[in-house]
Structure formats: structure tokens, C-alpha cells
Design a protein around this ligand. Structure first.
Ligand SMILES: *[C@@H]1O[C@H](CO)[C@@H](O)[C@H](O)[C@H]1NC(C)=O
Ligand SMILES: *[C@@H]1O[C@H](CO)[C@@H](O)[C@H](O)[C@H]1NC(C)=O
Ligand SMILES: *[C@@H]1O[C@H](CO)[C@@H](O)[C@H](O)[C@H]1NC(C)=O
Ligand SMILES: *[C@@H]1O[C@H](CO)[C@@H](O)[C@H](O)[C@H]1NC(C)=O
Ligand SMILES: *[C@@H]1O[C@H](CO)[C@@H](O)[C@H](O)[C@H]1NC(C)=O
Length: 470
């Protein structure tokens, strides 16, 4: 039999073990060491976890005033799902998710404005009457607008996402982004952001038509991410062309050109270059003239020459250059007050990741700092928040859409991003400054927290064995 001393020691160890395991569970719930078995890079003092998996190619996510998270899932689901963390454990459990709305061919665009939820297919804008907190099926949508140019209404080829963002108030109407039909089209007719200033309190039967919109920003190849800032300016992130080649300035220059653009569209009706001009990311000496220089795409086009392209009267330049082929899909303004500087200011951009570049670019969420006076991005300030562990490789998490959730489980706030490759929504939070009421707030990121607990666990088992051998 065991003596009293052994029993006391055993009880003590058992309690310690239970404490260790419960600490691991609390932090583990909201900061797992792995995202779907992926290794990843994350900035110090941040940690990440899976909020929900098993979605169908989730695209745009938006957080409502009550904390409900809307997510658009692509076909074949073709639906808008609402997720609500009722038990505040930082993850969406099976009883915390419901289908809000279904409509054929929903594939990306989603926003809530006034008393309505708006979502898009390649050709059509729909809306449903919606108040945050409603988690029942919203039924059949109303058609807001039809006739958006697309290669085909049902086949998602060409650039088929139609991002929707309201101008400011509902009465100002909305912006809609349409991407090119091909890698390099003959004109910009498909490559623009339009402004649709409709009376949305009296939509005609069958909806308005696309031809009633006006061109707001022309020559934008595929401006997937759109956001209006607090000053009412429209920002966008643009996906540039593939396989760029110009014999006289280096031949195959596609690895670093064109740069993926951050734009601010201050000139209503302005032209931004595509398909005639491209933004220099990097050209080898002696050709290079620096980031954002505008160059002609074609040597045989005698109208849109290098001189024409780099004249700002003709072509609006991007405000910032991101790596070529990073595939930016969303941009949002960063007010994550708990994140360590400079990750608490400027803008956040999701990079879906490239196919037209080896080593690859993208597969990350980045922060770009902005100048407090001008409000413009600071050149060279791009910082990876979370992403592929080694730049140049693929990551099977491909960030799409960004949102900030407050509170986030037991914590003050977190950055959410969707991924249409592992069909998940992930969260990133600060481990330093967050004033959580439960769980661990200090010390290590998720990568080390569970392994520390596991080591403690193993040490205790070994100690227990030693006691009983005695
Ligand atoms: C939710 O929306 C549906 C459809 O519009 C409506 O019938 C229902 O009353 C709403 N429920 C709540 C709680 O707002
Ligand atoms: C946006 O709309 C609000 C309310 O309608 C108004 O107060 C504000 O001035 C508008 N902002 C801009 C930049 O137009
Ligand atoms: C220019 O853009 C490239 C991306 O194409 C980037 O790697 C580089 O850092 C940028 N240079 C500056 C000075 O911002
Ligand atoms: C830019 O283009 C405008 C309009 O064609 C022209 O008036 C101006 O002289 C050009 N600027 C330069 C520096 O070539
Ligand atoms: C936590 O921090 C946020 C933002 O800093 C603040 O608004 C909130 O009141 C704080 N909550 C508690 C419980 O201290």
C-alpha cells in the first residue's frame, strides 16, 4: 500500500495537473498552435486560431453591430451564413451558425447598409430586408440591379467577383467593381469601378440596370477590395496582369511587374491605366524608374506610350505598390488598439497568393502604415501580420476577406479573415495588451503556449512515476 506522504504528494500533483490542463484548454480554445495543421508565421505577441471550418469557399465576411458575423459562401452553397458566438468561447460551435439567405451564383460581394443586406453574383445585385440579430431565413431577395457584364451568368469564368461598397449614406448609392474578362483585354469596358446612385427606397420591378451606373474609376483591372474611409474616400486594391513582357526593358518582366496596387480614387471618372499602362514594381537597371512609374503595356500602341502613361493627367497612379501577383482581395482600415505598433494603424490587406510567380508572393495578411498627416500609405512600410512561414512558398491558407470582431470571445478584439482554400474563418488577437476577463493574457503566443503546458504535463507524469517507484 502507499503511505500518507505518497498519497499527499499524489493529490498535490493531480491538482497541479488539472490546473495545467485547464489553462491549456482555455488558451487552446482561442489560440491553437496550428491552423488546420498548417505551420505559419505570426508576429510576436499575436496568436491565431480557427473560428470555424467546414464552410464552402467563404469569401466576404462582415461583422454586425451586435457581433454576428456574416459570411458569403460560394456555389454550390451560394448562401449567406450568420455565425454568432453565444457562449463567448471564441469559436463558432455547431449551434451557433445558421443560413440567412440563399440565391444562385452568389460568389463574393456582401455588405449591409440601412435596413438591408446586399450581395452579388457576377451579373446581379440582390438585397434582403435585414436587421443585425436576425438569424432566421430571410427568404426571397429583391433584385436591385441586373445586367452587370460577365462572361456568363452561371459560369464563374473571367473575373467574376463584384465587390459592393456603399458610397456613404444609402441615398448616395453604392460602388461596384467589375474585373477584366481576360488577362489583357482590348479595352477597359470590363475593368472599372462604377457608382450606382439609385433611389433605393423605390426600386423598380425587376431592378435597375447596370447601364444606369456611371464610371467612377476606369482602367482598374480587377479591383477586388473596396472600402470607403472616414473622409468618404474610396480605397481599392488591384490585381495586375500576368505574364508581362516588354522586349526593350528586360523582356520577361512578369516576376516583379506590375506591382499590385493600393489606390485611392479621389478623381471621380478618372482613368487608372489598364489595359494600356502598368505600374512598375521593379525593373532591372538601367530601365527601372522606381515603384509606381507608369509604363506602356504594348510597344506597338502609338497612343498609349511610356510618356503618355507616366503623365498623371492621363493615368492616376497607385498610392502604394505591393509585391507583384500577391493577389490582394480586401483592404480595411486598422484600428486594432490592442495590437503592437505598427500593426495597430494604417490599413490591413489580405493577399490570396499567386500562381504566376515562382517563388510565390502573397499567402498572408499584411499591415501597411499610413502617414498621420497625409493619411497616405508610407512606402516600404508593408509588414506581414500572419502568413506563409517562408516567403516564396505556398500556404494552403489563402486569405480573402478581413473584419474586426469586438469583443472576440473573452478578449477585447480580434482580426478575422476568411480562407476559401481550407474553407475556414480564422482569428488573430494580441496576447499582450488585451484586457480579457478569462484565459491567459500574457506571455507567449499560441505557438509556444500549448507546448509549454505539454512539457509541464510530461514532467509531472515522470515525477509521479518516480514517487511510486520509491
Ligand atoms: C427576420 O427576417 C424575416 C424576413 O424578413 C422576418 O420575417 C422576421 O420578422 C425577422 N425577424 C427578426 C427577429 O427580426
Ligand atoms: C456620410 O454620411 C453621414 C450621414 O449621412 C454624414 O454626416 C457625413 O458627413 C457623410 N460623410 C461624407 C464624407 O460624405
Ligand atoms: C517597390 O515595390 C516592390 C514590390 O513590387 C517592393 O518589394 C519594394 O520594397 C518597393 N520599394 C519601395 C522603395 O517601396
Ligand atoms: C500631360 O498630358 C497633358 C494632356 O495631354 C499635357 O497637356 C501635358 O503637357 C502633359 N505633360 C507632360 C509633362 O508631358
Ligand atoms: C478593455 O479595453 C477596451 C479598449 O481598450 C475598453 O473599451 C474596455 O472598457 C476595456 N474593458 C475592461 C473590462 O477593462
Amino acid at each position: 500500500m502507499y503511505n500518507n506522504k505518497q498519497i499527499t504528494l499524489f493529490t498535490l500533483l493531480l491538482s497541479l495537473l488539472l490546473v495545467t490542463v485547464s489553462v491549456q484548454l482555455v488558451s487552446g480554445q482561442q489560440c491553437e498552435s496550428q491552423l488546420n495543421s498548417n505551420s505559419f508565421f505570426i508576429q510576436p505577441n499575436l496568436c491565431a486560431w480557427t473560428v470555424r471550418t467546414g464552410l464552402v469557399e467563404p469569401r466576404t465576411i462582415r461583422v454586425m453591430s451586435n457581433g454576428d458575423i456574416l459570411v458569403l459562401e460560394k456555389p454550390p452553397a451560394s448562401q449567406i451564413t450568420v455565425m454568432f458566438d453565444s457562449n463567448k468561447n471564441g469559436v463558432i460551435d455547431g449551434n451557433e451558425i445558421a443560413v440567412l439567405a440563399k440565391q444562385a451564383n452568389l460568389n463574393h460581394g456582401l455588405t449591409v447598409q440601412g435596413a438591408y443586406l446586399y450581395a452579388t453574383t457576377p451579373t446581379t445585385v440582390y438585397r434582403w430586408k435585414y436587421t443585425p440579430g436576425n438569424r432566421t431565413n430571410l427568404g426571397t431577395p429583391e433584385t436591385v440591379m441586373t445586367g452587370v457584364p460577365a462572361n456568363s451568368p452561371n459560369i464563374m469564368n473571367g473575373h467574376s467577383t463584384r465587390t459592393i461598397e456603399f458610397v456613404n449614406s444609402t441615398s448616395d448609392g453604392f460602388y461596384l467593381s467589375i474585373g477584366s474578362a481576360e488577362n489583357l483585354d482590348a479595352t477597359s469596358i470590363r475593368s472599372r469601378v462604377v457608382k450606382c446612385s439609385f433611389d433605393l427606397s423605390a426600386i423598380p420591378q425587376g431592378g435597375y440596370t447596370y447601364s444606369q451606373c456611371t464610371v467612377f474609376a476606369d482602367g482598374c483591372r480587377n479591383e477586388v477590395g473596396l472600402r470607403v474611409d472616414s473622409k468618404g474616400r474610396l480605397w481599392g486594391v488591384e490585381n495586375g496582369m500576368d505574364n508581362l513582357n516588354r522586349a526593350d526593358i528586360g523582356g520577361d518582366i512578369h516576376m516583379d511587374n506590375p506591382c499590385e496596387e493600393v489606390n485611392i480614387f479621389t478623381n471621380e471618372g478618372g482613368f487608372y491605366g489598364y489595359p494600356y499602362c502598368f505600374s512598375e514594381g521593379k525593373l532591372a537597371a538601367p530601365y527601372g524608374k522606381g515603384n509606381r512609374t507608369q509604363w506602356a503595356v504594348s510597344l506597338t500602341d502609338t497612343t498609349h506610350t511610356d510618356v503618355w502613361c507616366d503623365n498623371s493627367t492621363n493615368v492616376g497612379k497607385p498610392v502604394f505598390c505591393m509585391p507583384a501577383h500577391a493577389a490582394p482581395l480586401d483592404i480595411m482600415f486598422n484600428d486594432l488598439s490592442t495590437f503592437p505598433p505598427p500593426l495597430n494603424r494604417g490599413v490591413l490587406v489580405s493577399h490570396h497568393g499567386s500562381w504566376n510567380r515562382k517563388p510565390t508572393a502573397g499567402y498572408q495578411v499584411v499591415a501597411i502604415d499610413t502617414d498621420p498627416t497625409s493619411g497616405l500609405p508610407i512606402q516600404g512600410s508593408l509588414t506581414k501580420v500572419i502568413g506563409v512561414p517562408t516567403d516564396g512558398n505556398e500556404w494552403n491558407i489563402r486569405p480573402v476577406s478581413l473584419a474586426i470582431l469586438r469583443p472576440c470571445g473573452a478578449y477585447t478584439e480580434c482580426l478575422l479573415f476568411s480562407d476559401d482554400n481550407t474553407n475556414s474563418v480564422y482569428a488573430v488577437r494580441s496576447t499582450l495588451n488585451d484586457n480579457t476577463t478569462t484565459g491567459s493574457t500574457t506571455g507567449s503566443s499560441s505557438i509556444t503556449t500549448p507546448s509549454l503546458s505539454s512539457s509541464l504535463f510530461i514532467i509531472m507524469i515522470v515525477l509521479s512515476c518516480l514517487i511510486f517507484i520509491n
